[in-house]
Design a protein around this ligand. Structure first.
Ligand SMILES: [Zn+2]
Length: 357
Protein backbone atom coordinates (compact mmCIF):
# COMPACT_ATOMS: atom_id res chain seq x y z
CA UNK A 1 0.00 0.00 0.00
CA UNK A 2 2.63 2.48 1.14
CA UNK A 3 4.92 1.58 -1.74
CA UNK A 4 2.07 2.03 -4.24
CA UNK A 5 1.37 5.51 -3.03
CA UNK A 6 5.01 6.51 -3.27
CA UNK A 7 5.35 5.34 -6.87
CA UNK A 8 2.14 7.13 -7.80
CA UNK A 9 3.56 10.35 -6.35
CA UNK A 10 6.81 9.62 -8.18
CA UNK A 11 4.97 9.37 -11.48
CA UNK A 12 3.14 12.64 -10.86
CA UNK A 13 6.46 14.27 -9.93
CA UNK A 14 8.17 13.07 -13.12
CA UNK A 15 5.21 14.25 -15.17
CA UNK A 16 5.58 17.65 -13.56
CA UNK A 17 9.27 17.76 -14.57
CA UNK A 18 8.38 16.86 -18.15
CA UNK A 19 5.73 19.58 -18.20
CA UNK A 20 8.16 22.18 -16.80
CA UNK A 21 10.78 21.08 -19.32
CA UNK A 22 8.37 21.61 -22.19
CA UNK A 23 7.43 25.01 -20.82
CA UNK A 24 11.07 26.10 -20.71
CA UNK A 25 11.63 24.92 -24.28
CA UNK A 26 8.72 27.04 -25.49
CA UNK A 27 10.07 30.08 -23.63
CA UNK A 28 13.55 29.90 -25.18
CA UNK A 29 12.12 29.84 -28.70
CA UNK A 30 9.83 32.81 -27.92
CA UNK A 31 9.59 34.94 -31.11
CA UNK A 32 9.49 38.09 -28.96
CA UNK A 33 13.02 37.44 -27.74
CA UNK A 34 14.26 36.92 -31.27
CA UNK A 35 12.68 40.25 -32.22
CA UNK A 36 14.30 41.95 -29.24
CA UNK A 37 17.69 40.56 -30.25
CA UNK A 38 17.44 41.93 -33.80
CA UNK A 39 16.32 45.33 -32.46
CA UNK A 40 19.44 45.41 -30.29
CA UNK A 41 21.61 44.60 -33.29
CA UNK A 42 20.05 47.37 -35.39
CA UNK A 43 20.55 49.95 -32.66
CA UNK A 44 24.31 49.33 -32.61
CA UNK A 45 24.56 52.20 -35.09
CA UNK A 46 22.10 54.71 -33.63
CA UNK A 47 20.48 54.79 -30.22
CA UNK A 48 16.71 54.88 -30.18
CA UNK A 49 15.81 57.42 -27.49
CA UNK A 50 12.32 58.35 -26.29
CA UNK A 51 11.98 61.53 -24.23
CA UNK A 52 8.91 62.89 -22.47
CA UNK A 53 8.68 66.61 -23.31
CA UNK A 54 10.57 69.44 -25.01
CA UNK A 55 13.44 70.38 -22.64
CA UNK A 56 14.32 66.69 -22.32
CA UNK A 57 14.46 66.57 -26.13
CA UNK A 58 16.72 69.60 -26.44
CA UNK A 59 19.10 68.46 -23.68
CA UNK A 60 19.26 64.89 -25.05
CA UNK A 61 19.78 66.03 -28.65
CA UNK A 62 22.66 68.28 -27.59
CA UNK A 63 24.39 65.39 -25.82
CA UNK A 64 23.61 62.68 -28.38
CA UNK A 65 24.31 64.65 -31.55
CA UNK A 66 23.96 62.31 -34.54
CA UNK A 67 24.46 59.20 -32.46
CA UNK A 68 20.78 58.86 -31.56
CA UNK A 69 17.32 59.18 -32.98
CA UNK A 70 15.52 61.25 -30.37
CA UNK A 71 11.73 61.17 -30.34
CA UNK A 72 9.50 63.31 -28.11
CA UNK A 73 6.45 61.50 -26.73
CA UNK A 74 4.46 64.65 -25.91
CA UNK A 75 3.76 66.67 -29.07
CA UNK A 76 5.79 69.93 -29.01
CA UNK A 77 2.92 72.43 -28.77
CA UNK A 78 1.01 70.46 -26.14
CA UNK A 79 1.02 71.48 -22.48
CA UNK A 80 2.63 68.45 -20.80
CA UNK A 81 1.26 68.60 -17.24
CA UNK A 82 -1.95 66.68 -17.95
CA UNK A 83 -0.80 64.60 -20.90
CA UNK A 84 -1.16 60.80 -20.86
CA UNK A 85 0.44 58.23 -23.17
CA UNK A 86 -1.51 56.19 -25.75
CA UNK A 87 -0.87 52.45 -26.24
CA UNK A 88 1.26 53.44 -29.27
CA UNK A 89 3.41 55.68 -27.07
CA UNK A 90 3.95 52.79 -24.67
CA UNK A 91 4.85 50.55 -27.62
CA UNK A 92 7.48 53.13 -28.69
CA UNK A 93 8.99 53.13 -25.19
CA UNK A 94 9.00 49.33 -25.30
CA UNK A 95 11.21 49.46 -28.41
CA UNK A 96 13.56 52.20 -27.17
CA UNK A 97 17.13 51.86 -25.91
CA UNK A 98 16.86 54.88 -23.62
CA UNK A 99 13.95 56.67 -21.96
CA UNK A 100 14.61 60.22 -20.71
CA UNK A 101 12.14 62.00 -18.46
CA UNK A 102 12.31 64.90 -16.01
CA UNK A 103 10.76 63.19 -12.98
CA UNK A 104 9.82 64.98 -9.74
CA UNK A 105 6.17 64.47 -10.63
CA UNK A 106 6.25 66.13 -14.07
CA UNK A 107 5.32 62.88 -15.82
CA UNK A 108 2.68 61.55 -13.45
CA UNK A 109 1.99 58.63 -15.82
CA UNK A 110 5.58 57.36 -15.69
CA UNK A 111 5.38 54.92 -12.76
CA UNK A 112 2.44 53.09 -14.27
CA UNK A 113 4.08 52.92 -17.70
CA UNK A 114 7.33 51.65 -16.19
CA UNK A 115 5.45 48.88 -14.37
CA UNK A 116 3.92 47.73 -17.64
CA UNK A 117 7.21 47.54 -19.58
CA UNK A 118 8.88 44.22 -20.37
CA UNK A 119 11.93 45.82 -22.05
CA UNK A 120 14.52 44.89 -19.44
CA UNK A 121 17.38 46.50 -21.42
CA UNK A 122 15.79 49.95 -21.44
CA UNK A 123 18.07 52.54 -19.82
CA UNK A 124 15.85 54.87 -17.82
CA UNK A 125 17.10 58.39 -17.14
CA UNK A 126 15.32 60.48 -14.54
CA UNK A 127 17.01 63.77 -15.42
CA UNK A 128 16.20 65.48 -12.11
CA UNK A 129 17.86 62.74 -10.06
CA UNK A 130 20.19 64.12 -7.38
CA UNK A 131 18.55 67.56 -7.47
CA UNK A 132 16.84 68.62 -4.28
CA UNK A 133 13.17 68.94 -5.20
CA UNK A 134 10.98 71.73 -3.82
CA UNK A 135 7.63 70.80 -2.45
CA UNK A 136 4.36 72.47 -3.39
CA UNK A 137 3.66 76.07 -4.28
CA UNK A 138 4.60 78.69 -1.73
CA UNK A 139 1.09 79.99 -2.08
CA UNK A 140 -0.31 76.72 -0.82
CA UNK A 141 2.25 76.35 1.94
CA UNK A 142 1.19 79.72 3.22
CA UNK A 143 -2.49 79.00 3.32
CA UNK A 144 -1.68 75.82 5.15
CA UNK A 145 0.49 77.60 7.66
CA UNK A 146 -2.19 80.08 8.58
CA UNK A 147 -4.82 77.41 8.83
CA UNK A 148 -2.59 75.44 11.22
CA UNK A 149 -1.78 78.32 13.51
CA UNK A 150 -5.19 79.95 13.72
CA UNK A 151 -8.66 78.88 12.80
CA UNK A 152 -9.22 81.92 10.60
CA UNK A 153 -10.59 81.37 7.14
CA UNK A 154 -8.21 81.46 4.21
CA UNK A 155 -9.94 84.45 2.63
CA UNK A 156 -9.34 86.38 5.80
CA UNK A 157 -5.59 86.09 5.62
CA UNK A 158 -4.98 86.91 2.03
CA UNK A 159 -3.79 90.48 2.39
CA UNK A 160 -1.24 89.37 4.99
CA UNK A 161 -0.42 86.38 2.89
CA UNK A 162 0.97 88.36 -0.01
CA UNK A 163 3.18 90.63 2.06
CA UNK A 164 4.33 87.76 4.25
CA UNK A 165 5.71 86.08 1.15
CA UNK A 166 8.74 88.34 1.14
CA UNK A 167 10.02 86.87 4.36
CA UNK A 168 9.29 83.41 3.07
CA UNK A 169 11.97 83.29 0.42
CA UNK A 170 14.14 80.16 0.23
CA UNK A 171 12.39 78.52 3.13
CA UNK A 172 13.55 75.14 1.99
CA UNK A 173 12.76 73.35 5.23
CA UNK A 174 9.06 74.20 5.12
CA UNK A 175 8.29 71.63 2.49
CA UNK A 176 9.90 68.81 4.41
CA UNK A 177 8.18 69.47 7.70
CA UNK A 178 4.64 69.28 6.41
CA UNK A 179 2.94 66.76 4.25
CA UNK A 180 1.04 68.70 1.61
CA UNK A 181 -1.17 66.37 -0.33
CA UNK A 182 -2.56 69.26 -2.33
CA UNK A 183 0.79 70.89 -3.09
CA UNK A 184 2.76 68.04 -4.63
CA UNK A 185 6.35 68.23 -5.86
CA UNK A 186 7.58 71.12 -7.96
CA UNK A 187 9.05 69.52 -11.11
CA UNK A 188 10.23 72.72 -12.89
CA UNK A 189 13.97 72.27 -12.27
CA UNK A 190 14.92 72.82 -15.95
CA UNK A 191 14.10 76.53 -15.61
CA UNK A 192 17.21 77.06 -13.51
CA UNK A 193 20.21 76.94 -15.87
CA UNK A 194 22.38 75.62 -13.04
CA UNK A 195 20.00 72.70 -12.51
CA UNK A 196 19.63 72.20 -16.27
CA UNK A 197 23.37 71.46 -16.26
CA UNK A 198 22.79 68.66 -13.73
CA UNK A 199 20.02 67.25 -15.93
CA UNK A 200 22.35 67.30 -18.93
CA UNK A 201 24.99 65.35 -16.95
CA UNK A 202 22.40 62.75 -15.92
CA UNK A 203 21.34 62.37 -19.54
CA UNK A 204 24.98 62.03 -20.60
CA UNK A 205 25.45 59.21 -18.05
CA UNK A 206 22.35 57.41 -19.34
CA UNK A 207 23.42 57.60 -22.98
CA UNK A 208 26.92 56.41 -22.07
CA UNK A 209 25.40 53.45 -20.22
CA UNK A 210 23.36 52.51 -23.29
CA UNK A 211 26.27 53.01 -25.75
CA UNK A 212 29.57 52.86 -23.80
CA UNK A 213 31.53 52.87 -27.08
CA UNK A 214 30.37 56.50 -27.60
CA UNK A 215 30.90 57.69 -24.01
CA UNK A 216 33.76 60.04 -24.99
CA UNK A 217 31.70 61.69 -27.71
CA UNK A 218 28.72 62.15 -25.35
CA UNK A 219 31.03 63.79 -22.81
CA UNK A 220 32.49 66.12 -25.42
CA UNK A 221 29.01 67.13 -26.59
CA UNK A 222 27.76 67.62 -23.04
CA UNK A 223 30.82 69.71 -22.12
CA UNK A 224 30.28 71.98 -25.14
CA UNK A 225 26.59 72.44 -24.35
CA UNK A 226 27.27 73.08 -20.66
CA UNK A 227 29.65 75.90 -21.60
CA UNK A 228 26.63 77.60 -23.21
CA UNK A 229 24.42 76.88 -20.20
CA UNK A 230 27.05 78.33 -17.87
CA UNK A 231 27.18 81.49 -19.97
CA UNK A 232 23.38 81.70 -19.77
CA UNK A 233 23.57 81.30 -15.99
CA UNK A 234 26.18 84.06 -15.65
CA UNK A 235 24.25 86.42 -17.92
CA UNK A 236 21.04 85.76 -16.00
CA UNK A 237 22.76 86.53 -12.71
CA UNK A 238 24.11 89.79 -14.08
CA UNK A 239 20.78 90.74 -15.69
CA UNK A 240 18.70 90.59 -12.51
CA UNK A 241 21.31 91.38 -9.87
CA UNK A 242 20.70 95.10 -9.47
CA UNK A 243 17.05 95.17 -10.48
CA UNK A 244 14.67 97.62 -8.79
CA UNK A 245 12.27 94.91 -7.64
CA UNK A 246 12.70 91.21 -6.97
CA UNK A 247 9.14 89.93 -7.40
CA UNK A 248 7.36 88.91 -10.56
CA UNK A 249 3.85 87.57 -11.23
CA UNK A 250 3.67 84.40 -13.33
CA UNK A 251 0.80 82.48 -14.90
CA UNK A 252 1.58 79.19 -13.13
CA UNK A 253 4.09 78.29 -10.42
CA UNK A 254 6.88 77.21 -12.79
CA UNK A 255 9.68 79.58 -11.78
CA UNK A 256 10.48 78.78 -8.13
CA UNK A 257 13.86 77.18 -8.96
CA UNK A 258 14.83 80.05 -11.23
CA UNK A 259 13.72 82.57 -8.60
CA UNK A 260 15.67 80.77 -5.86
CA UNK A 261 18.78 80.68 -8.04
CA UNK A 262 18.82 84.45 -8.63
CA UNK A 263 17.35 85.77 -5.39
CA UNK A 264 13.97 86.57 -6.91
CA UNK A 265 10.42 85.98 -5.74
CA UNK A 266 7.80 84.29 -7.90
CA UNK A 267 4.14 85.17 -7.27
CA UNK A 268 2.11 82.62 -9.24
CA UNK A 269 -1.51 83.10 -10.30
CA UNK A 270 -2.21 79.37 -10.88
CA UNK A 271 -0.68 76.35 -9.14
CA UNK A 272 2.07 73.93 -10.12
CA UNK A 273 0.15 73.01 -13.26
CA UNK A 274 -1.34 75.72 -15.53
CA UNK A 275 -4.57 73.69 -15.61
CA UNK A 276 -5.09 74.36 -11.92
CA UNK A 277 -7.43 77.32 -12.27
CA UNK A 278 -6.91 79.94 -9.57
CA UNK A 279 -9.75 80.44 -7.12
CA UNK A 280 -11.35 83.87 -6.68
CA UNK A 281 -9.41 84.16 -3.42
CA UNK A 282 -6.10 83.39 -5.16
CA UNK A 283 -6.89 85.99 -7.81
CA UNK A 284 -7.65 88.53 -5.09
CA UNK A 285 -4.35 87.76 -3.35
CA UNK A 286 -2.38 88.31 -6.54
CA UNK A 287 -4.27 91.53 -7.31
CA UNK A 288 -3.65 92.85 -3.78
CA UNK A 289 0.01 91.96 -4.07
CA UNK A 290 0.33 93.60 -7.49
CA UNK A 291 -1.33 96.80 -6.28
CA UNK A 292 0.71 96.99 -3.11
CA UNK A 293 4.00 96.38 -4.93
CA UNK A 294 3.02 98.47 -7.97
CA UNK A 295 3.68 95.58 -10.36
CA UNK A 296 3.49 96.77 -13.96
CA UNK A 297 3.80 93.48 -15.88
CA UNK A 298 1.74 90.32 -15.52
CA UNK A 299 3.38 87.37 -17.25
CA UNK A 300 1.58 84.74 -19.32
CA UNK A 301 2.60 81.63 -21.26
CA UNK A 302 2.48 80.56 -24.89
CA UNK A 303 0.85 77.11 -24.52
CA UNK A 304 -2.15 77.98 -22.36
CA UNK A 305 -4.87 80.64 -22.43
CA UNK A 306 -3.68 84.04 -21.22
CA UNK A 307 -7.17 85.06 -20.09
CA UNK A 308 -6.47 85.06 -16.34
CA UNK A 309 -3.25 87.08 -16.73
CA UNK A 310 -5.10 89.57 -18.93
CA UNK A 311 -7.94 89.90 -16.41
CA UNK A 312 -5.51 90.72 -13.60
CA UNK A 313 -3.49 93.09 -15.78
CA UNK A 314 -6.65 94.97 -16.74
CA UNK A 315 -7.78 95.16 -13.12
CA UNK A 316 -4.56 96.82 -11.97
CA UNK A 317 -3.69 98.69 -15.16
CA UNK A 318 -0.60 96.63 -15.92
CA UNK A 319 0.57 95.17 -19.23
CA UNK A 320 1.15 91.52 -20.09
CA UNK A 321 4.31 89.85 -21.41
CA UNK A 322 5.49 86.30 -22.07
CA UNK A 323 7.54 84.40 -19.51
CA UNK A 324 7.96 80.98 -21.05
CA UNK A 325 8.19 77.89 -18.80
CA UNK A 326 9.49 75.95 -21.84
CA UNK A 327 7.15 73.03 -21.31
CA UNK A 328 6.87 72.85 -25.09
CA UNK A 329 7.38 75.08 -28.12
CA UNK A 330 4.60 76.37 -30.36
CA UNK A 331 4.78 75.67 -34.09
CA UNK A 332 5.89 79.26 -34.69
CA UNK A 333 8.61 78.98 -32.08
CA UNK A 334 9.88 75.78 -33.71
CA UNK A 335 9.78 77.41 -37.17
CA UNK A 336 11.74 80.39 -35.85
CA UNK A 337 14.48 77.97 -34.76
CA UNK A 338 14.02 78.65 -31.05
CA UNK A 339 15.41 76.28 -28.45
CA UNK A 340 15.89 76.07 -24.69
CA UNK A 341 18.77 78.53 -24.58
CA UNK A 342 17.24 81.12 -26.93
CA UNK A 343 13.90 81.05 -25.08
CA UNK A 344 15.70 81.33 -21.73
CA UNK A 345 17.47 84.41 -23.07
CA UNK A 346 14.09 85.87 -24.04
CA UNK A 347 12.88 85.10 -20.50
CA UNK A 348 15.94 86.88 -19.14
CA UNK A 349 15.22 90.03 -21.17
CA UNK A 350 11.51 89.96 -20.24
CA UNK A 351 12.34 89.62 -16.54
CA UNK A 352 14.99 92.31 -16.68
CA UNK A 353 12.44 94.75 -18.10
CA UNK A 354 9.68 93.81 -15.64
CA UNK A 355 11.99 93.92 -12.60
CA UNK A 356 13.11 97.45 -13.40
CA UNK A 357 9.71 99.09 -13.96
ZN1 LIG B 1 4.55 73.67 -15.28
Amino acid sequence: MKLGKTSALGIIFSLAIVATGCGQKTTTSNPDQAAAASTTAASEQKLNVEVSFYPMYDFTKNVAGDLADVHTLIPPAMEPHDWEPTPQDIASIEKADVLVYNGAGMESWMDQVKDSLSNSKLVQVEASQGISIREGGEEEEHDHDHADKATTTEEHDHADDASAKEGHEHDAATGEEHDHDHGGLDPHVWLSPALAIKEVRNIEAGLAKAAPQHADQFKQNADAYIVKLEALDQDFKAAVKDSKRKDFITQHAAFAYLAAEYGLQQVPIAGLSPEQEPSAAQMATVIDFAKEHKVKTIFFETLVSSKVSETIAKEIGAKTAVLNPIEGLTEDEVKAGKDYISVMRENMEALKLALNE
